[in-house]
Write a new protein. Structure first.
Length: 532
């Protein structure tokens, strides 16, 4: 990332929420105590958030609640109204177990933004006053593609408050029980980008059990189901959670460790993989792992629970295991950062097309195909779909004459080569195809190397025909296969011992085609050609 330093006269302890417009221009932000605009000045009526007396201890430093604020636009585009949802501590004696109980007030503060000026219209509107879990304010889109769900756990229980934020404002829909009662404490909560999962992490007491809670989520009803409670113990005193953009991999930062879980595994707990162990780096203090956040660049950033000038980064969170490419202290900050991480929902989720709750006639864009892959020394390749806008079917052309309709397929290649792999995704809104080279490099001298396998195509783009040529004669046993972007073979032709061959394309639809050269059944090269 490109990082610029700009002084702001506002301190952040932990609570941190901000919002930009669609062009990435900052609108306003809050530290749970006050609200400032893009000019870094406190906006009109922008002080005094969280009115409990406890706030007075943190006015100069920022509120210390993990995921203690979240900003959402009012689900209508006519009023330029935004809501800050925020919570506060309120000490209230001890519970029977001896732990300090907190009466936790959950508020809404309304902000209007017009002509580059933000103004607080009304603040500290009470929504819930109850004993709730610490912070963990997060949201996901309703299945109608416009409104938002917010889920909050009641303190030390299996009860979850449901709130729906729609065009009328915030609506409290009551509580529902699910799963086992779990302790409350330090941690983080997150919805998966596709809105199908809700995950919370609670690090209750050092040296005691830690609780990772995974639920299915219904975007129509706002109900949790299918609870999976993973209990582990690694003496963590700080931690957080984030989920990859393709909604498959869950990352748990747990002080000295970062774990990856596969949310599609039959046994999620058994899929646990340690992808990072704290390396002892200090800058100037220790850089152990704390809160995590999926960013708009599809990477996951993790901060620390001390004052340092670095962030950790997972470069490829859509990949399994070590291939996720976790880089400790990989982002150098221009100044010190202590504890805080911006708290944002995933904005890229649209309606659940065709569901009973798809009632507002909001359509997803056509899907946008994308994927990443990882290989091993035996030419086994795992493919990870990361297409956008809710594709419903997947069609893979592996570039060697084999195909798949799985979302996350694995494919075994026979020979080292560069294969053109294409993914076509479809939804009721349309389809899209994305192709990229999969380079299976030759790793030993006893693997077959076919000479004279370099070929070229001219003209490219073409209209009537094109020629496939080599610098010398095609080897004996050469054959040309040509695929369209759906992976269908439209031409298969042997090549005699000559320098070139011509292909007539006048009857072909306009588009991109993949030309493969095989020698004795082995793929030795490929090129793309555009028919105009």
């Amino acid at each position: 990332p490109l990082i610029e330093y700009e002084y702001r006269d506002m301190n952040f302890r932990i609570t941190n929420a901000s919002i930009c417009n669609a062009e990435g221009e900052l609108l306003f932000y809050t530290n749970g105590i006050a609200v400032a605009g893009a000019d870094n000045q406190i906006i009109e009526n922008g002080t005094g958030l969280n009115p409990d007396p406890y706030r007075a201890d943190w006015v100069s430093r920022g509120y210390p609640l993990y995921q203690g604020a979240l900003i959402l636009p009012l689900p209508t585009d006519t009023q330029n109204i935004y809501s800050i949802f925020h919570g506060e501590y309120s000490w209230a004696g001890e519970n029977p177990g001896g732990n300090v109980r907190q009466v936790y007030s959950f508020y809404e503060t309304e902000v209007q933004y017009n002509d580059s000026i933000a103004t607080v219209l009304e603040k500290n509107i009470p929504i819930i006053q109850d004993t709730l879990d610490f912070g963990k304010i997060t949201a996901t889109r309703h299945a109608n593609g416009r409104d938002w769900w917010i889920i909050l756990q009641k303190y030390f229980s299996n009860q979850y408050h449901r709130l729906l934020y729609d065009s009328t404002g915030i609506n409290y829909l009551g509580m529902h029980p699910v799963g086992m009662a779990v302790p409350s404490g330090l941690g983080q909560a997150v919805f998966s980008p596709d809105g199908k999962s809700f995950v919370s992490l609670t690090l209750h007491l050092i040296g005691e059990d830690q609780y990772l809670n995974i639920f299915d989520f219904d975007r129509c009803t706002g109900l949790l189901s299918n609870p999976r409670h993973i209990i582990y113990r690694d003496t963590a005193i700080a931690g957080g959670v984030a989920i990859s953009q393709n909604s498959r991999f869950l990352y748990v930062s747990s002080y000295k460790y970062v774990y990856q879980y596969d949310l599609l595994a039959d046994d999620i707990e058994a899929s646990k993989d340690t992808v990072a162990i704290y390396d002892g780096f200090q800058s100037p203090l220790s850089t152990r792992f704390f809160l995590a956040q999926l960013a708009p660049d599809d990477k996951i950033y993790i901060n620390t629970n001390t004052t340092v000038d670095v962030l950790h980064v997972i470069h490829e969170p859509d990949k399994k295991g070590k291939a996720c490419d976790f880089e400790q202290h990989g982002v150098q900050l221009p100044t010190l950062n202590a504890f805080t991480m911006p708290n944002n929902p995933y904005y890229g989720l649209g309606p659940l097309d065709g569901s009973p709750c798809d009632t507002l006639n909001i359509n997803n864009p056509p899907p946008l195909a994308d994927f990443v892959y990882q290989t091993d020394s035996s030419f086994q390749v795992d493919f990870y779909d990361k297409s956008l806008y809710q594709a419903e079917t997947w069609s893979w052309n592996f570039g060697d004459g084999n195909f798949s309709t799985e979302r996350f397929p694995s494919h075994q290649y026979d020979l080292p080569a560069i294969y053109m792999v294409c993914l076509t995704v479809t939804s009721p809104m349309g389809s899209d195809t994305y192709c990229q080279d999969v380079n299976l490099e030759i790793t030993s001298t006893d693997q077959v190397i076919v000479e004279n396998s370099i070929f070229s195509i001219f003209p490219n783009p073409c209209q009537d025909d094109f020629a496939i040529s080599t610098t010398s004669s095609f080897p004996k046993g050469s054959e040309v296969l040509i695929y369209n972007t759906l992976g269908q073979v439209i031409l298969q032709k042997p090549v005699s011992n000559q320098h070139s061959m011509s292909v007539d394309v006048r009857a072909w639809p306009s588009g991109v085609y993949v030309v493969q050269l095989l020698v004795n059944g082995k793929i030795v090269g490929h090129e793309k050609v555009l028919k105009q």
